[in-house]
Design a protein around this ligand. Structure first.
Ligand SMILES: CCCCCCCC(=O)CC(=O)SCCNC(=O)CCNC(=O)[C@H](O)C(C)(C)COP(=O)(O)OP(=O)(O)OC[C@H]1O[C@@H](n2cnc3c(N)ncnc32)[C@H](O)[C@@H]1OP(=O)(O)O
Ligand SMILES: NC(=O)C1=CN([C@@H]2O[C@H](COP(=O)(O)OP(=O)(O)OC[C@H]3O[C@@H](n4cnc5c(N)ncnc54)[C@H](O)[C@@H]3O)[C@@H](O)[C@H]2O)C=CC1
Length: 713
């Protein structure tokens, strides 16, 4: 856990708790006793604290957070204070990615040394808690308010060089950290110790503090969108302007407030959910799971279709060091794609992709030897079936054929081939080289090896793979679609687009549904609705009621905008209007008139609609659909759905995701009641009929987390 050794007059305490040296109770105890021994040992003049393996330490053991263990002595706080109070100089030697409590230990030490490849960060706000143990008080004294605010409120890591420049490190070294740390510790002098205690310093640039804090507050109010941790962290940093002991008391107070908040529990859940989804199984056949599967080794990938998604997918693959054969029918489009890919990679790595790694072609036969193909041609089932037939003929029989369809039937696509066991959906999110989600969809015949390979590919390219079953829209788009449907009904009943967007943005989404629609282009979904027979390019299909289609209430408002060529930002007008070259959504009198006339034509009585109703009506049907998906065995557990929404649809992380939010914040009984209430008002919308799983759980008074714990392998 922690090993102690002496090198002449230097005692070295080395954390050894693989894989990440987290500071659980055992590690803290051993570090504390090592420190005390070193202090008592007359032969020891100075002490080095460092870590074995891949990192110094990733910080506190988050698995202890829900338990009493975190409060067992020595706590992280006691350990950090013991280091700070040491009567012999303590040098912390950092390598790997050092986070949270590791940075706290370093700040309390008298000297800080790091390997040149090290990174340091304070991810606590991402877990909804405060970097305590003196971090918010010592860091500003060492690096100034501005850098401290940036590090603490963003959670982003700093490279060793950045940390050195900021004053967080005393020295950066290359190679043999142990030897260099021992050499450094030998050279330090106990006489200067008091002056090396950061707690005795004052915050540099305190005269400009108000300006810095005001500017940071304004930015955070805008950015944190309801998450309480970043603004609370700012208050703690502000307290560093007070005497150290007073600031520490304030830090402890604010730390307790966040520690016990529901947001901290939700963010901790989100952290583990992202890791839990790796442990997938197929609910209807638990024998097919991550343990029974052996992925194929993938070295080269073919990407078919060099449009928006093909480009992003290719960038992701190249960045992970895979060979890519990019294939496209349109030569001009292919050339444009290659230049986009090169520009994107140059921006990141300062160099062009190796010519060997990217081959761009209009010739399908070049795909003969790749290990896996990802198809990203137009969303058209007939085209995809044709393309899969061609791929089946041209590629090696062992090649896996994946489709990036956003919601078409994987089984129908697989049926076009002689290898349905090797066909799978790999649904990337746009922009594909940025978004961390990969929704993998197995069909009826997809083999366990194919599933394991798609999941492994996700990990290789730095994405979080979530495995789901095959149904229209899969999990993400199937649930998300309901949000927009209900948003339009709200317009018919009295809300304006900006009211709906504002309510959902206050809930925590970066953009409300109408701004998202304008960004993505309203025509995309319009084409899908036309394909699905819900509408036509000229209005409702013949003999179809305006407000009722295929057995459900329907709002034609989005179709009406598209019929006027209002596709969103790209046409300068959608639900909002946009000045040329601007992305700022401006309310548009035209849209208001159109909605107003629609209400009059169809006898809607305009009423005031509260933000609460807007949020409930947009989100509860989507959550209800999540319960149906679990009931139908299309997701391994609620974590899978939550991760899809957190990483794919910008669901506010501090609420844990739709299923966690329903379970722990709304409460399943309350959710059921609300669904029943809205169902009574809107009997023609099937999405208000509560799922039987939700009914059962609410009746039993059980929670989704208990249900999930029982079902996960
Ligand atoms: C009032 C009481 C006050 C209490 C005290 C408050 C404490 C504090 O305020 C200070 C703190 O230190 S808070 C914790 C700060 N540290 C973090 O958030 C680290 C998060 N981890 C990472 O970012 C990546 O794992 C990292 C970048 C480090 C590595 O990424 P990788 O992709 O290489 O590895 P992963 O797959 O993420 O992780 C491997 C396994 O380790 C588990 N794990 C990671 N960080 C952990 C952590 N800090 N604690 C416990 N387990 C952790 C992770 O779950 C995974 O396990 P498996 O899923 O079982 O494989
Ligand atoms: N755009 C988005 O946000 C997302 C799209 N998707 C899905 O990804 C797929 C591609 O979408 P986008 O990239 O947006 O479309 P896109 O229209 O930008 O690109 C499609 C590309 O495929 C090419 N193509 C057409 N037929 C081909 C053929 N037979 N062989 C080779 N290339 C051919 C076209 O020339 C075009 O360059 C669709 O299935 C879509 O539903 C999935 C997630 C998000």
């Amino acid at each position: 856990m922690a090993e102690c050794a002496t090198y002449g007059t230097v005692a070295v305490l080395q954390i050894n708790n693989p894989p990440l040296n987290v500071l659980g109770h055992d590690v803290r105890s051993q570090l504390m006793s090592g420190l005390q021994q070193a202090l008592q040992d007359k032969a020891v003049c100075s002490i080095v604290i460092m870590g074995k393996g891949q990192t110094f330490t990733a910080g506190a053991d988050v698995k202890e957070f829900g338990t009493e263990k975190v409060f067992w002595e020595p706590t992280l706080h006691s350990l950090v204070e013991a280091v700070s109070a040491s009567t012999k100089p303590v040098v912390t030697a950092i390598h790997g990615t050092t986070l949270g409590g590791g940075v706290a230990l370093a700040l309390a030490s008298h000297y800080r040394l790091a390997d040149s490849s090290a990174k340091m960060g304070l991810p606590e706000v991402q877990l909804g808690i405060l970097p305590t143990c003196g971090v918010t008080q010592r860091l500003p004294r060492l690096v100034g308010l501005q850098t401290a605010v940036r590090m603490v409120t963003s959670g982003q890591t700093q490279s060793a060089q950045q940390a050195l420049t900021a004053g967080l490190l005393d020295k950066v070294v290359t190679d043999d950290l142990l030897k260099k740390a021992v050499g450094f510790a030998r050279s330090v002098d106990v006489r200067g110790l008091e002056a090396r205690r950061v707690s005795s310093w004052t915050v540099p640039g305190a005269d400009r503090a108000e300006d810095v804090l005001d500017a940071a507050r304004k930015t955070l109010v805008r950015r944190s969108r309801g998450a309480i941790a970043p603004l609370t962290a700012l208050q703690a940093i502000q307290a560093s302007l007070l005497p150290f002991e007073t600031g520490m008391k304030r830090e402890a107070e604010l730390g307790r407030y966040l520690w016990t908040s529901w947001q901290a529990a939700a963010l901790r859940y989100a952290f583990f959910a992202e890791r839990t989804v790796k442990r997938w199984h197929i609910p209807r056949n638990k024998n097919v799971n991550y343990r029974t599967a052996e992925p194929m080794d993938i070295k080269s990938v073919g990407v078919l279709g060099a449009g928006t998604m093909g480009v992003g997918i290719t960038i992701s693959l190249l960045q992970a060091g895979l060979k890519v054969v990019l294939t496209e029918v349109n030569k001009a489009q292919l050339d444009k794609a290659v230049s986009l890919i090169q520009r994107s990679l140059e921006g990141k790595s300062g160099g062009k992709p190796q010519p060997m790694q990217l081959r761009a072609t209009t010739d399908y036969s070049q795909l003969r030897e790749v290990d896996l193909v990802i198809e990203a041609v137009f969303e058209d089932l007939a085209l995809k079936k044709k393309v899969f037939q061609q791929l089946d003929a041209v590629t090696n029989p062992r090649t896996i054929l994946a489709t990036n369809t956003s919601g078409l039937d994987i089984d129908q696509i697989a049926a076009a081939t002689q290898r349905p066991d090797k066909v799978i959906g790999t649904h990337f999110f746009s922009p594909a080289h940025v978004m961390r989600l990969l929704e993998n969809i197995y069909g009826r015949h997809t083999s366990v090896e194919t599933i394991a390979t798609a999941m492994q590919l996700g990990a290789t390219i730095g994405k979080v793979g979530v495995l789901v079953g095959n149904c229209p829209g899969f999990v993400g788009n199937r649930m998300k679609g309901l949000n927009f449907t209900e948003a339009m009904f709200l317009l018919e009943e009295g809300a304006e687009p900006q009211d709906v967007d504002k309510a959902l943005e206050e809930f925590g989404f970066a953009m409300g549904p109408f701004r998202v629609s304008d960004l993505a282009g309203g025509d995309v979904h319009w084409r899908r609705r036309i394909q699905a027979g819900l509408t036509t390019e000229h209005g409702p299909p013949p003999y179809t009621p305006v407000l009722y289609r295929q057995g459900n209430r329907y709002s034609p408002l989005a179709d009406m905008l598209c019929m006027q060529g209002r596709f969103g930002q790209k046409t300068g007008a959608g639900w909002y209007r946009y000045k040329s070259g601007s992305r700022t959504a401006l309310p548009d009198a035209e849209v208001h008139r159109l909605i107003h006339k629609h209400r009059q034509d169809h006898g809607f009585q305009r009423r005031n609609i509260s933000s609460q109703e807007i949020v409930e009506r947009c989100l509860f049907p989507l959550i209800n659909e999540g319960f149906r998906i679990l009931e139908e065995g299309l997701a391994t557990g609620p974590q899978d759905i939550d991760v899809i929404f957190l990483l794919g649809f910008g669901w506010p992380r501090h609420t844990g995701g739709p299923m966690y939010y329903a379970d722990k914040v709304v409460g399943l009984g309350n959710l059921l009641q609300s669904l029943e209430k809205y169902r009574a008002y809107h009997p023609r919308s099937a999405h208000w009929v509560p799922s039987s799983l939700l009914r059962k759980m609410a009746a039993q008074g059980t929670s989704l987390s208990i249900w999930a714990a029982g079902s996960r392998l």
